[in-house]
Design a protein around this ligand. Structure first.
Ligand code: ZN
Length: 427
């Protein structure tokens, strides 16, 4: 499969090694060799051999001991070796581009923000991302040879075979851009590409603390930025669909009225929580200055911040956000009903500004209207990863691939080239 899909993103382990790595990854307190044998079904001898190899390669490390229940001598615990390898995550958004360097457990070592996609041409942005990635590696002293690859999270849809961004509705200059190839050529790293909402869901799986979405094997991540998308996790796996383009829920109809959508109808959930539309509604009500005709995403973003500040009071601004939250909640309930998930996680670039108004409304709607409510609750959660969730998820795309034990749909998103890593400028 790997040959046919043409990926050159490295897997860092063979199948049995990856089984051990994934078991260790899912146990933040560490696992002993005895526990690993019990969990994986591998023999004690196999576990001993595999862990020795993984220790030699600095993919795992011995850290601490645990005394088994009852009696017995303390057992050495194995954990992922955080600095054994690294990944670069790039989140491309119309309002900001974030580049993050992640270690092997998915922690952010360093991150930086650079030009937004809406303000630059694709070649300019590729140059800015390359400079930012090189700068992170140089400033942290990380060995570039330990960087597994570069993940990109961006608004879809994509052609998974070529890594071409097709028609991102909010980035007109980015129509049919071969983003993966451009970034691979500029940085020399293997490149994997996925939609922002899917990457955000993966970030929750990798990095969410206990009690967050990571505690649920089945959840939806509703990603709120300049548009709305869903990342779907079923049975602990990211669900990509046939071309990794699953999760486009923006045109789900949730209201008979509502702002007009790009599809020509009214009442689509994406349009109902799009900052541009909410700003326009507030301007029409005299609450905000009207944005200039053809205002860019960054100007809209500033006005949206002003609207969210006004909405901390109990006036008309708050009612605009509350109506938007109610429509989003209806969409979230429909997606929950479709997939029978246990939780809906909300996040993305605008979430921190709206969560105080939105979270109580979506939480109440999910608890009281989902069809499965007599069987289980559907929990509404805010993402614990803040505004960098897209960049963290982009880096996790690389880690997920490196640890993969299966012919994953994620493989479709990586680059087909064979060029060597280009040596970074320093480090
Ligand atoms: Zn629509």
């Amino acid at each position: 499969m790997e040959g046919r899909t043409g990926t050159n993103l490295p897997r860092i382990a063979d199948f049995n090694q990856a089984v051990i790595l994934n078991a260790v990854r899912h146990a933040p307190d560490g696992l002993s060799r005895v526990e690993l044998a019990e969990l994986t079904g591998l023999s004690a001898q196999s576990v001993s051999n595999i862990t020795r190899r993984l220790l030699d390669r600095e993919l795992i490390t011995e850290a601490g001991t645990r005394v088994p229940a009852g009696r017995g001598k303390p057992r050495t615990l194995l954990r992922l070796h955080p600095t054994g390898h690294f990944a670069i995550g790039v989140h491309i958004d119309p309002t900001v581009t974030t580049v993050a360097l992640l270690d092997l457990v998915g922690d952010v070592v360093a991150s930086v923000r650079t030009l937004p996609a809406s303000a630059t041409s694709p070649p300019q942005l590729v140059a800015a991302i390359t400079e930012a990635a090189d700068g992170l590696i140089a400033s942290t002293g990380v060995d570039a040879g330990r960087v597994l690859g570069l993940g990109i999270a961006a608004p879809g849809p994509f052609d998974p075979g070529t890594g071409v961004v097709l028609e991102p509705p909010l980035l007109p200059e980015w129509t049919r851009v071969g983003l993966r190839e451009l970034l691979h050529d500029a940085t020399g790293y293997p490149v994997v590409l996925h939609k922002d909402a899917a990457a955000a869901a993966l970030a929750e799986l990798w990095r969410g603390p206990r009690g967050s979405a990571a505690a649920f094997a089945d959840f939806v991540f509703l990603y709120l930025g300049t548009g709305l998308g869903a990342g779907l996790v079923i049975g602990g796996e990211l669900l990509g669909g046939s071309t990794n383009n699953a999760g486009e829920i923006g045109h789900l109809m949730v209201a008979a009225d509502g702002p007009r959508c790009s599809c020509g109808r009214r009442g689509c959930v994406g349009a109902a929580c799009m900052p541009r539309n909410l700003v326009a509604e507030a301007a029409d009500a005299g609450l905000l200055p009207s944005p200039a005709p053809g205002a860019g995403d960054r100007e809209i973003d500033k006005l949206f911040t002003a609207l969210c500040r006004l909405a901390t009071g109990a006036g008309a601004a708050r009612r605009i956000l509350e109506e938007s939250a109610l429509r989003l909640a209806r969409g979230a309930a429909t997606v929950s009903n479709l997939l029978d998930v246990r939780a809906v996680v909300f996040g993305g670039p605008i979430w921190d500004r709206i969560s105080a108004v939105f979270l109580p409304i979506v939480r109440d709607t999910l608890l009281t209207t989902t069809e499965a409510r007599y069987v289980h609750r559907v929990t509404a959660l805010g993402s614990s990863l803040g505004a960098d969730v897209g960049a963290i998820g982009a880096g996790c795309l690389v880690l997920e691939h490196a640890f993969s034990t299966r012919p994953s749909t994620l493989l479709l998103g990586s680059h087909t080239g064979t060029a060597e890593h280009r040596a970074p400028t320093a480090g």
